[in-house]
Write a protein that binds this ligand. Structure first.
Ligand SMILES: [Zn+2]
Length: 354
């Protein structure tokens, strides 16, 4: 393309000027007149600075492309994965919205790549739409309800998980459950005076749960099955790679005060978006734990934990029992782990069958 600089004239200059103006840049008193004057020069410099470009005040290919891309408004064109990929401000807003809502659209780079497509598919799945990866009116309409320029605009707004979060009478057989025993390796979690370490109890409960789920026909992936270290961000990655249906992170809370007691559950929540499926599932499990262990059911809480945010499926964290002072009152650790895993299983069953 022809390089445009201070002092140039012509229809190309006119084109650049009208793009700058529609993006809200000030062209001074002369406005869109086809002449590359001082006012246009400062507008170009500002645009370049704001776009992370080299600010040289000259319109060469890079600045021209950015200018064209910046002009795409959300909904102006149908976006989908293609080669070469769609690029532009509309893609960027889409990525920001998806990321904001907890769908991993990858880096917000304004390029519609395969990560963005996968996030669109996840969004469509959660919203109960046809999963075709096309960002059409149906996608934009739901997204507009929950976000404004990539920011969720109401604490009430959320994407409806399909069926309001209900699993809709599925069988445990055939589903894939990712179980994530918290901590491991160097990271003990808490350690009680009795020597009981959280990482071991988490693992015991997880292994027992894995075994019973497997006997019911579920497929299991464990983020760790021994006392090995596991990076926080690798945990959701294991579940994502296995395309798990459910992600269960098992932890135990610890408080010095013996007044703190109960079963706790957490689901994904961020800036107004929350996972309905996650909150329902956590509630079922916490209720079963409370009944079985005769402890209070702590109201389930929305949290933006990495394992809940980075996972691409219904994900929850459970703390079956908050440990206090001496630990489980009079119960053998193995017996406790057994009862915890049975209660979690009962809660999972209840969630899937009701
Ligand atoms: Zn923990």
């Amino acid at each position: 393309m022809k390089i445009l600089k201070l002092g140039d004239r012509g229809k190309e200059v006119l084109d650049v000027q009208s793009r700058l103006r529609s993006l809200g840049y000030d062209l001074g008193t002369d406005g869109v007149d086809g002449y590359f004057g001082q006012d246009m020069h400062s507008a170009v410099l500002t645009f370049q600075q704001e776009s992370g470009l080299v600010a040289d005040g000259v319109i060469a290919e890079n600045t021209w492309c950015e200018l064209v891309e910046a002009g795409y408004k959300a909904g102006e064109r149908l976006l989908y994965l293609r080669i070469p990929p769609f690029r532009g401000a509309d893609v960027l807003i889409l990525q920001r919205s998806l990321n904001c809502l907890g769908f991993n659209a990858g880096p917000e780079d304004g390029i519609f790549g395969s990560l963005t497509e996968r996030a669109v598919l996840d969004f469509q799945k959660n919203a109960g739409l046809v999963m075709d990866g096309m960002v059409d009116d149906s996608v934009l309409r739901i997204m507009a309800k929950v976000t404004k320029d990539g920011e969720p605009h109401s604490t009430e707004a959320k994407i409806p998980d399909r069926n309001g979060g209900h699993a809709g009478g599925r069988s445990l057989s055939g589903i894939t459950v990712a179980i994530d025993p918290g901590h491991g390796g160097e990271d003990d979690g808490f350690v009680l005076a009795s020597g009981l370490r959280e990482k071991d109890l988490n693992l015991d409960v997880s292994l027992m749960l894995a075994k019973s789920l497997e006997s019911l026909g579920a497929k299991i992936v464990l983020t760790r099955d021994s006392d090995s270290p596991m990076n926080l961000y690798d945990r959701p990655a294991v579940a994502n790679a296995a395309k798990a249906d459910i992600f269960l992170s098992i932890h135990h809370g610890y408080y010095t005060s013996s007044r703190a007691q109960g079963a706790a559950g957490y689901y994904f929540c961020r800036q107004g978006y929350f996972s309905e499926a996650g909150s329902l599932l956590a509630q079922h499990i916490v209720d079963r734990l409370a009944d079985e262990l005769q402890i209070p059911a702590i109201p389930v809480l929305g949290r933006n934990f990495a394992v809940l945010r980075e996972t691409q499926m219904t994900a929850i964290m459970i703390e079956p029992v908050l440990m206090t002072g001496e630990g489980p009152g009079g119960m053998e650790t193995a017996a406790l782990a057994q009862r915890e895993s049975e209660s979690i299983l009962a809660g999972l069953r209840e969630y899937f069958t009701t």
